[in-house]
Design a protein around this ligand. Structure first.
Ligand SMILES: Cc1cc2nc3c(=O)[nH]c(=O)nc-3n(C[C@H](O)[C@H](O)[C@H](O)COP(=O)(O)OP(=O)(O)OC[C@H]3O[C@@H](n4cnc5c(N)ncnc54)[C@H](O)[C@@H]3O)c2cc1C
Length: 283
């Protein structure tokens, strides 16, 4: 369905994007456009108005790329899924980012979709939120008044991923002792979006789970940690017996939110799968 006419703005600097975003009425941000354009067409089908303005972030160089400084990896918001997958900087446990982005849709979508769009579009079936929370990432925003804000990914999704500003980059602490595992189940063989996904990070100390973070996603409202399971695992030995028992120690209300019995079963399968993977990669 064709959209109604709108004005397309494509500033070249973050500063001009912020100024336009503050000045324009009825405006939507566009990153790669893979979510936005679909959602505008769906809205139009429901007789909603096309926004008057689209503000594209496509030409803003300072919002692109990945860099590493000392103990922090920075991924800028307009970095595409494909660029993340090809990055030589995402090594060790950070290669979990490559594992998860490779699952996303198809190559043409990965060429366009950005990390910024994935984290801020508030679509239920995105996968980056769980991974960012499990990696202890912090998300950085610029307000339309130019102010800077940093918030942990965990808090951002706890507050239902709402922002009135421009998301500029995410920072991830580098900790070579961390091991990470990711599990995803497909929603259907035809439309490749996740039915559910989860990410687990831990450090093995004297063969015991330590500082474990378990994040579940998609079949819950927004990505969130299962602290009951984390508490069960921490300081337990990394053994088959502990893993088999772990799935009896879940924070059940989390899984009850939007899950059918099948999804709850698949979460248990996924958690076991991820924990066995972690034991294999133990450092
Ligand atoms: C066929 C298909 C299959 C898919 N399958 C998967 C999948 O399996 N797994 C998965 O994780 N995802 C999947 N997706 C979702 C896809 O990852 C998202 O469409 C994509 O991440 C959105 O990124 P984008 O850059 O295209 O965002 P856009 O569509 O450009 O933006 C979407 C919205 O995000 C917000 N936004 C974007 N950038 C910023 C910013 N810098 N600051 C503030 N707000 C911003 C705005 O509100 C904007 O309107 C699929 C999408 C399609 C079309």
């Amino acid at each position: 369905m064709l959209l109604k006419p709108f004005t397309f703005h494509a500033p070249k600097t973050l500063q001009s994007a912020l100024e336009l975003y503050a000045a324009l009425r009825d405006v939507r941000l566009q990153a790669g456009g893979t979510f936005l354009l679909n959602s505008l067409k769906l809205l139009k089908k429901k007789a909603a108005k096309t926004p008057q303005n689209i503000l594209s972030l496509e030409h803003i160089k300072e919002l692109k790329g990945i860099s590493v400084e000392q103990n922090t990896v920075t991924i800028r918001s307009m970095t595409t899924m494909d660029e993340m997958h090809g990055s030589s900087l995402l090594t060790d446990y950070l290669s979990i980012l490559k594992v998860s982005v490779k699952n996303i849709a198809t190559q043409p979508v990965r060429n366009m979709a950005t990390i910024g769009g994935n984290l801020t579009c508030r679509y239920t079936w995105t996968e980056m939120p769980a991974v960012m929370i499990a990696l202890g990432a912090k998300m950085h925003f610029r307000g339309t008044d130019g102010s800077k804000e940093g918030i942990t990914a965990e808090e951002f999704f706890h507050k239902e991923a709402k922002t009135g500003g421009i998301f500029t980059h995410v920072t991830i602490p580098r900790d070579r002792d961390v091991c990470a595992a990711y599990f995803r189940a497909k929603k259907s063989p035809f439309v490749d979006i996740p039915l559910l996904s989860l990410c687990v990070t831990t450090r093995f100390q004297h063969n015991k789970f330590s500082g474990t973070i378990v994040v579940v996603n998609n079949a819950v409202t927004f990505a969130r940690r299962d602290r009951v399971l984390e508490d069960f695992l921490n300081q337990k030995g990394a053994s088959k017996e502990v893993i088999e028992e772990a799935v009896s120690h879940l924070d059940d209300p989390i899984y009850d939110t939007r899950s059918s019995d099948y999804k709850k079963h698949m979460f248990r399968v996924g958690i076991k799968h991820a924990l066995y993977d972690l034991i294999k990669t133990q450092k």
